[in-house]
Design a protein around this ligand. Structure first.
Ligand code: PNS
Length: 168
């Protein structure tokens, strides 16, 4: 039977840390639905469609990846798809507290769904979408931290509004 899991997130934008989790999850699961949460962030930089495009481009070499979007409760989305596993990435200890809260809440909402945590590659331990946007807005170098497509999109976003991003 095909093993399938859901990897949810804001992905605003996808980073190499996310790609590392996707790669690792695909070592265990045949298919991984990378799903972008609508409304997770009140002030996103990228639209849902832009985020999905970047995920597609960044994961082109992984045929097991399916890109999707969801609205409302994650456990409802997962149940509707008849999937039992949620993948979440863990970096430093600072992630632990909120991930624990989220996992226990999801478990309360639906006992048949399990969350599996995966650890990103060491080089992505301190990479977050929030910091990526902050550095891009200030014109810092993001080479190696995000997929090339994201670097280009950040450049477009910030240079078109008169600022610089992604310089070497
Ligand atoms: O990338 P993020 O922002 O850490 O992802 C968080 C996300 C989108 C997975 C989480 O906010 C979520 O599942 N939102 C959907 C609403 C929901 O189900 N909330 C209850 C879970 S505690």
């Amino acid at each position: 039977m095909e093993k399938i899991a859901v990897y949810p997130g804001s992905f605003d934008p996808i980073t190499n840390g996310h790609v590392s989790i996707i790669e690792r999850a695909l070592n265990i699961f045949d298919r991984l639905i990378v799903t972008v949460a609508v409304n997770a962030s009140k002030n996103p930089l990228f639209t849902i469609a832009e985020r999905q495009e970047m995920i597609r481009e960044a994961t082109r070499e992984y045929p097991g990846v399916i890109v999707d979007t969801f609205e409302g409760l994650l456990v409802d989305y997962v149940a509707k798809k008849k999937i039992k596993v949620i993948i979440r990435g863990l970096r430093a200890m600072s992630d632990y507290e909120s991930e624990l809260q989220m996992t226990l809440m999801n478990r309360k909402l639906n006992r048949s769904v399990e969350t599996i945590f995966m650890i990103t590659g060491l080089q992505w331990f301190y990479v977050s979408s929030r910091l990526i946007k902050e550095v891009a807005a200030a014109g810092g170098c993001l080479k190696g931290l995000v997929p090339d497509v994201v670097c280009a999109r950040l450049n477009e976003k910030f240079t078109s509004s008169g600022r610089k991003a992604g310089r070497d």
